[in-house]
Design a protein around this ligand. Structure first.
Ligand code: G3I
Length: 367
């Protein structure tokens, strides 16, 4: 099932990627249990620079001691990368498997690191029995029960949650506003409201986020995606359903530019609505760059700097989180394979856990 999901996921993304590339053109590559924390969760986020968050993949977490050492040393926030997804927690309907999630969360708590939960609703990474549900009443009950159980279990321990992930269509201009998938197809647009209301009920003190990708440039498609996010936020607020923030995944492309003015405008509009903004899945897709690692690292740094300069210009960011730490475990090499045999270099540490220029850059923006 995992393999099938992954291959569907890959082909979906490649297809979307190709559509997007032809729509906006390509700019030349090479540019540039409870516990007492040592500080309260709100204090951790109130300092001038945001914490450096790291998404934690279970394989290296279990098998590579150096990963744990680097997490202890550098991470100011921990995100279980896959362990809190439906596919990890809900192999069968009757049983929750919190084993992997607890391993990561216990580690973070032992190190005094706040935890961000990812994700309570996503069109992808669902167990097949959920994707097969066709009754709206049953699906709504299952969604409510899931959120009540998962958010309730970690209430007071997980500071922030991605309540919904990627609910906006890849291209709202041609596909309509909503991402297709079991949640939307069976429950309609209400799926977002159900999820946020359930999360707020399960942990009234948790900060609740909507998380999505491709919000950083100034293409018409991205502008449509930004508008869709703003509409969702306003609708929740109109219905008095709590939402506290928007996560910009920031899977950046080295061959694209940040739409600086557009991004600043979007972020300021969100702040005007009273929302926080977080960078949740930062990495750089380098598949179109030349193989030379020095050239690639320079381009990756330039790409991230341009983005972080823009987003921090718009005001404080809640956290800056990279989607993993080492290139060895990044999803990018699988979903965006290069034409040559060079290894993708999207993250702050290389395959051998050597620190890269991207790490030095991110440290300048974080604490
Ligand atoms: O845990 C199983 C393991 O038991 C099995 O042997 C192995 C065989 O391939 O698969 C393992 O599960 C994989 C899991 O990652 C953990 O490694 C799944 O197949 C694979 O589909 C899963 O991929 C993750 C993907 O989301 C789907 O959940 C990626 O690691 C993860 O980086 C990616 O993250 C997403 C964000 O959640 C949302 N935004 C985009 C981002 C990148 O795709």
């Amino acid at each position: 099932m995992w393999m099938r999901n992954l291959s569907n996921f890959q082909s979906d993304n490649r297809l979307e990627l190709l559509t997007r590339r032809s729509a906006i053109g390509v700019i030349s590559a090479g540019v540039g249990g409870s516990l007492t924390l040592p500080w309260s969760i709100s204090d951790a986020f109130s300092a001038t620079k945001p914490p450096f968050g790291v998404a934690v993949h279970l394989d290296p977490f279990r098998n590579e001691p150096i990963f744990r050492e680097l997490l202890k040393k550098h991470a100011g926030l921990i995100v279980p990368m896959n362990a809190l997804k439906w596919a990890s927690l809900r192999h069968t309907e009757g049983k929750f498997d919190f084993g992997g999630a607890d391993e990561i969360i216990d580690f973070a708590e032992a190190n005094g690191q706040p935890i961000h939960g990812h994700a309570l609703l996503w069109y992808h990474a669902n167990p097949s029995w959920i994707d097969a549900v066709t009754s709206p009443q049953l699906l709504e009950r299952l969604l409510n029960e899931h959120i009540e159980t998962v958010v309730g279990r970690y209430a007071g321990r997980i500071a922030t949650w991605d309540v919904v992930n990627e609910v906006v269509a890849h291209d709202p201009l041609t596909q309509g506003k909503w991402r297709k998938g079991v949640w939307h197809d069976i429950l309609g647009p209400r799926h977002v409201e159900i999820a946020f209301a359930a999360a707020a009920k399960a942990d009234p003190n948790c900060r609740l986020f909507i998380n999505d990708y491709d919000l950083e440039d100034d293409s018409l498609r991205t502008e449509a995606r930004q508008r869709a996010i703003l509409q969702i936020v306003r609708r929740l607020q109109k219905k008095n359903i709590p939402i506290h923030g928007v996560g910009l995944q920031a899977h950046l492309y080295a061959e694209r530019r940040t739409g600086r003015e557009n991004l600043i405008k979007f972020v300021r509009e969100l702040k005007t609505l009273g929302l926080e903004v977080a960078v949740t899945e930062l990495d750089v897709i380098d598949w179109k760059l030349s193989a030379d690692p020095v050239v690639r690292d320079r381009a990756v740094v330039a790409t991230v700097k341009e983005f972080l300069d823009a987003i921090t210009e718009a005001g404080p960011v809640r956290n800056i989180t990279t989607w993993g730490l080492s290139d060895k475990y990044s999803w990018i090499k699988d979903v965006f394979p290069r034409d040559d045999s060079a290894i993708a270099r999207p993250l702050p540490f290389d395959r051998d856990w050597n620190q890269k220029p991207l790490f030095d850059l991110i440290k300048k923006y974080t604490q």
